[in-house]
Design a protein around this ligand. Structure first.
Ligand SMILES: Nc1ncnc2c1ncn2[C@@H]1O[C@H](COP(=O)(O)OP(=O)(O)OP(=O)(O)O)[C@@H](O)[C@H]1O
Length: 209
């Protein structure tokens, strides 16, 4: 098994308000999990906890049965995280952004593989255009090209469909389902309704206010 993430009894408080309490989730190979909830309900906060960027007020988070904080390096080598902001440097072009992402991840990325990844997200011909000169959707596509370039079993994605056009949405949905079908796992926040919705489990966080 490549993915075994367990959250038990998780609780998180922000501004004297419990965003969630006693939250349980389990993600294994082949799983797709959507975190749902209103604006401000804590979706991004939960992803930050699940990626080890933030500590919960209470609860247990385990990776393959070990406390995540104790095996964080191993966990991070299995994780591909794309946050709410695409994390694309405006001054760098698509090739440079992906070369940098691959280097940070410790992955060999020859320029041919980078160009293929960019072509895969519909950016053939835009490889050497600085991200600052690309649209929001094109910048998001550079971020999504990491999915093809950096092989990791667990994808945690914060609103991956943001700014993506209709064709791109279909492509991305298929990409996520394919990843799960090949034994990977996906945790995401999204308001997108999947065509293959029965493939996706959900965790609903409480409404704001
Ligand atoms: N850095 C922070 N410090 C203090 N409180 C924060 C911080 N970030 C978020 N919050 C609080 O946590 C609540 C949940 O924020 P979060 O970004 O997790 O919500 P969300 O469900 O992802 O919202 P959206 O759908 O609008 O993206 C916010 O209403 C805010 O009050």
């Amino acid at each position: 098994m490549r993915v075994a993430l367990d959250a038990r009894d998780l609780a998180c408080e922000r501004d004297d308000r419990w965003l969630f309490e006693a939250l349980e989730l389990q993600v294994r190979d082949g799983d797709m999990l959507r975190i749902e909830g209103a604006n401000g309900s804590g979706k991004t906060t939960l992803l930050k906890i699940l990626t080890g960027q933030l500590s919960p007020q209470a609860g247990k988070l385990e990776w393959h049965g070990e406390p995540l904080r104790r095996v964080k390096d191993t966990f991070l080598r299995s994780l591909l995280f794309i946050g709410h902001a695409p994390g694309v440097a405006a001054a760098l072009n698509g090739q440079q952004n992906l070369a940098w992402s691959a280097a940070v991840a410790g992955v060999e990325a020859p320029s041919r593989a980078i160009d293929q990844a960019l072509a895969g997200v519909g950016l053939a011909g835009f490889e050497d255009v600085p991200a600052a000169q690309l649209s929001a959707g094109q910048q998001r596509r550079i971020a999504l090209a990491r999915l093809a370039l950096i092989p990791r079993p667990l994808w945690i994605l914060d609103e991956p469909f943001t700014a993506i056009d209709k064709d791109g949405v279909g492509w991305l949905e298929q990409r996520l389902v394919d990843h799960a079908d090949r034994g990977g796992a996906v945790i995401m926040t999204t308001h997108h309704t999947f065509q293959a919705n029965d493939r996706v489990n959900s965790v609903l966080l409480g409404a704001a206010g």
